[in-house]
Design a protein around this ligand. Structure first.
Ligand code: SAH
Ligand code: SF4
Length: 462
């Protein structure tokens, strides 16, 4: 979501003549787009912002702004705390960025804009340039959240849930596809309730409209709230050929008592039933989840129930977080806070428990043929051991892509460098999976690509 918002910030600044730079020392404007979901993310944002003070000493005309959830949460306090900051703009103020920046540049005033609007309007989003390397793009379909989970800051800093009309979403995706994007990830805090409030179409109907866009290869989405996961959406995985067979379905805890305290509005049985139905409708679907450890009042037995749920479901992947107090969220005022050392221990146990399942799921793919969308050259391997096992032949180029189930696959295109390697970025390829590792797979091209594809041009099959 923040990646998408950063793109929107860039789109708003481009007409003012600002272009991105990789070096903060070169910048005329520095915008720090922040996340407040956990205390650590917030600390990181402030320490980065703190480091920017030195740049301003050398370049007084530099404009420094902070946007996103931390800006929304802290507002005016940031200006008092950080004299080098010129602008604090909240999550709904991105559209007003050009006026704000112009005023600061002209008058050197310091501004705060943290107004939250009740609903999305067409002016909130704008189309921008698409980089030639962009194969995959995010598209926001809704903003805010009405669920008020007890630990979560989102409803407080992103405001009430509001959905964009389908026509706007479709035209944004068409624009992306026309510029070579092949995969979109539709974003919302709870995509399952898309359009309900406004009486637009349902989420599975929106997916069907996106599926019909010519030139688009793949559709992903995130995130689904388990309480709102409908059978119609489950069936969409079978019905819509472009919809990738992967769902991120955060469970947060395996204990009914904790789920109740979290205000998640489902219980363990309900969650497991949905997983079973989903798997019976779409047996090969990959399932990932989020878990919070150390929520206030989480007993050893509650924690054991979470481990037990992980074993029962066997997720393909898991994001595990240590609970952290968010000042605006009600759980910050709950009793029964868990000691940091216990939280850390629980996190390690959850990660260790999941590791075996992630590897098992990867291993089950060895020997299968997978269609992958090539993201580009392999940037880095998950760890050194994985790299050492597979030295790249001198005459080869190492690429990586993702399966529909969102697993990373590395593969080598064996061609002499001086002959010029085929440009595979954006291609769909069929690979034989030869080896599974903890965080990725190794595959083999089944047939050499015919001709050079360029970005997003062709599908290569065996
Ligand atoms: N809307 C999504 C989640 C968005 S936040 C959903 O409902 O699933 C992403 C994840 O951050 C959450 O799923 C949760 O696991 C974690 N998270 C949110 N608030 C947190 C907090 N205060 N402490 C620790 N983890 C938190
Ligand atoms: Fe936060 Fe819950 Fe809304 Fe997700 S559904 S954004 S966890 S309040």
């Amino acid at each position: 979501m923040n990646v998408y918002d950063s793109g929107q910030i860039q789109n708003r600044l481009a007409p003012l003549g600002y272009a991105p730079t990789g070096d903060p020392a070169d910048a005329d404007v520095i915008i720090v787009n922040t996340c407040a979901i956990r205390a650590k993310a917030e600390q990181k944002a402030f320490s980065f912002l703190g480091r920017m003070a030195a740049l301003k000493q050398h370049k007084p005309e530099l404009i420094i702004g902070i946007g996103g959830c931390v800006a929304q949460q802290e507002g005016q306090k940031i200006l008092s705390r950080m004299p080098h900051v010129d602008l604090v703009f909240g999550t709904h103020a991105i559209r007003r960025l050009p006026q704000l920046i112009r005023r600061i540049a002209a008058t050197r005033c310091r501004l705060v804009d943290v107004k939250l609007a009740p609903a999305i309007t067409p002016d909130d989003f704008t189309l921008g340039a698409v980089a030639s390397s962009d194969i995959s793009a995010f598209v926001t379909i809704m903003r805010g959240c009405d669920n008020f989970c007890a630990y979560c800051v989102v409803p407080h800093v992103r405001g009430r849930e509001s959905s964009r009309p389908p026509e706007e979403i479709i035209s944004e995706i068409r624009h992306l596809v026309a510029h070579g994007v092949r995969e979109v990830t539709l974003l919302g805090q709870n995509v399952n309730s898309y359009g309900q409030k406004e009486g637009l179409c349902s989420f599975d109907q929106l997916l069907a409209k996106v599926n019909a866009i010519e030139g688009l290869e793949r559709i992903r989405f995130t995130t689904s709230h388990p309480k709102d996961l409908s059978t119609d959406l489950m069936q969409a995985f079978v019905r819509l050929e472009k919809l990738c067979p992967h769902i991120h379905l955060p469970v947060q805890s395996g204990s009914d008592a904790v789920l109740k305290m979290m205000n998640r509005r489902y219980d363990r049985r309900h969650y497991l039933e949905k997983v079973a139905r989903l798997r019976s409708i779409c047996p090969h679907i990959a399932l990932t989840s989020d878990v919070i450890v150390g929520f206030p009042g989480e007993s050893e037995a509650d924690f054991e129930a979470t481990l037990n749920l992980l074993r029962q479901v066997a997720f393909d992947g898991l994001f595990a977080f240590i609970y952290s107090d968010r000042p605006d969220a009600p759980a910050a005022r709950f009793s029964g806070k868990i000691e940091e050392s216990i939280k850390k221990e629980r996190l390690q146990k959850v990660l260790a428990c999941q590791e075996a399942f992630t590897l098992q799921k990867n291993q089950s793919m060895v020997g299968s043929i997978q269609r992958i969308l090539v993201d580009g050259l392999s940037k880095h391997l998950s760890d050194e051991t994985e790299e050492r096992q597979f030295p790249v032949p001198l005459a080869g180029t190492q690429w990586s892509g993702r399966t529909g189930t969102n697993k990373i696959v590395h593969f080598i295109q064996e061609a002499p460098h001086d002959a010029g390697n085929q440009l595979l970025t954006g291609c769909i390829l069929e690979l034989m999976i030869d080896k599974a590792m903890a965080h990725s797979l190794w595959g083999r091209m089944l047939s050499p690509p015919i001709g050079s594809s360029g970005k997003g041009a062709q599908t290569y099959a065996a």
